[in-house]
Ligand binder design. Structure first.
Ligand code: ZN
Length: 228
């Protein structure tokens, strides 16, 4: 990997809890609390860019992502799913918050090797209660940076390999429903459509911003820490 990461956690004293008066435009966008977003939120179709900086804000977001993942009984969560347009995801294949040693953060991940093929049932925290069969590589090698800015490589198979491929897809704006057979998708569509109806209702009631506004926010967040 040739990407360089600036590791700045000690250098940037401000956190999202303290509004930065010097940068009003930016601090207004720094969300204090992340939430999982649901289909068809535009963040789920955003092709995210590599992070160029790991700082206190990013670390706080990662902590929140683990909390949200456990709360929803998930085993993986990608930044796109909390409306952050960055190439990063978290996993814990056990889904057990007590098994901290199984937690792994993947920043700017790249799947560099894929072998074999295996079908398995998948679900997604952004498509609650919806499950379908997806064919994935059986074994992968993934390279990424961890939260301390160190690069690592992992050979994975079984469930962890599937989770990493699913989460990595999110960073490209790809949902697992894009990878199920036409026949399986047909069966899932009524549930997927229900979610869309709910989201559009929130938008018309004003409890969720319009797609246009959400995309503007994603673009600003992207500009802040990906180098454009
Ligand atoms: Zn997902």
């Amino acid at each position: 990997m040739t990407d360089k990461l600036v590791f700045a956690s000690q250098l940037e004293p401000h956190t999202h809890l303290m509004p930065d008066v010097r940068q009003n435009r930016i601090s207004s966008l720094q969300m204090s609390t992340l939430q999982i977003v649901y289909h068809p939120h535009p963040a789920l179709r955003w092709k995210s860019k590599d992070v160029t900086r790991i700082d206190a804000q990013l670390k706080d977001w990662v902590g929140q992502m683990f909390d949200l993942m456990y709360e929803a009984n998930g085993i993986g969560l990608a930044a796109n799913q909390v409306a952050l347009p960055y190439r990063l995801f978290v996993i814990n294949p056990t889904g057990d918050p007590n098994e901290k040693e199984m937690e792994q953060v993947f920043i700017n991940p790249q799947i560099v090797k894929r072998n074999g093929s295996e079908e398995g049932e998948e679900g997604c925290l952004s498509l609650p209660e919806i499950y379908g069969p997806v064919t994935r590589a059986e074994r992968i090698t993934v390279e990424a940076f961890d939260l301390s800015g160190r690069d690592f490589a992992m050979d994975l198979n079984g469930m962890p390999a599937r989770v990493v491929q699913h989460e990595n897809d999110h960073l490209d704006g790809v949902m697992f429903t894009d990878r199920v057979s036409d026949e399986a998708l047909k069966a899932l569509m009524p549930l997927v459509d229900d979610l869309a109806v709910q989201l559009r209702r929130q938008q018309s009631e004003g409890t969720l911003a319009s797609d246009k506004e959400l995309k503007k926010q994603l673009q600003q967040l992207q500009d802040e820490r990906t180098g454009g």
